[in-house]
Ligand binder design. Structure first.
Ligand code: HEC
Length: 154
């Protein structure tokens, strides 16, 4: 009984964990690709955020690596990931507002702003926790700034 219960909980947890992945598999490649980029942003920002909020011990090397990853990710030529016809309402799983395709200069400017904030974080992250904390606001703000304009609210 006990074993069955444990197995059931295990299966339930596994299916919960894999549900979003299964759903992702059916998405258009461009939507999948930009979700991958965004999730890599979030993973690396999460490391920095956890340190900034004192939820993870400060680690200069890990913080610098996470910031460096955001620098690299925000340097990708992502044009093909924003394929026409993949806005919210046009492509499954997409929350990308149609405004993206009408304001490409501004979208690029917001990506450049993120890249600059990440470069600043990469320089700051190894200089101590206070320095990391000071650079965190502008970095997270650069993500939010683009989401406010171009991501459909949940
Ligand atoms: C240039 C604009 C822009 C910037 C900068 C940006 N995002 Fe996004 N983000 C979007 C858009 C648009 C979507 C919705 C994409 C879609 O659903 O196709 C999105 C979606 C996401 C998602 C959901 C991904 C998924 O699997 O559905 C996460 C997480 C995310 N962003 C995190 C971040 C983080 C963290 C940063 C900063 C380090 C960031 N984003 C910077 C525009 C941006």
């Amino acid at each position: 009984m006990r074993l069955r219960h444990t197995v059931f909980i295990g299966l339930a947890a596994a299916s919960l964990a894999s549900a979003p992945l299964v759903a992702q598999e059916n998405l258009a490649p461009a939507v999948k690709a930009r979700h991958a980029q965004m999730n890599l942003y979030a993973f690396n920002l999460g490391t920095l955020g956890a340190m900034a909020q004192d939820k993870m011990d400060y680690d200069a090397e890990a913080a610098t690596a996470a910031a460096g990853n955001i620098v690299k990710l925000s340097s990708l030529n992502a044009m093909a990931m924003w394929a026409p016809g993949t806005a919210a309402g046009e492509a499954e799983g997409s929350r990308a507002l149609p405004a993206i395709w009408e304001n490409s200069d501004d979208v690029i400017a917001k990506t450049v702003a993120l890249n600059e904030a990440a470069v600043a974080m990469e320089a700051a992250a190894g200089e101590g926790l206070d320095s990391l904390k000071a650079a965190f606001g502008p970095l997270g703000g650069a993500c939010g700034d683009c989401h406010k304009s171009y991501r459909e609210p949940e």
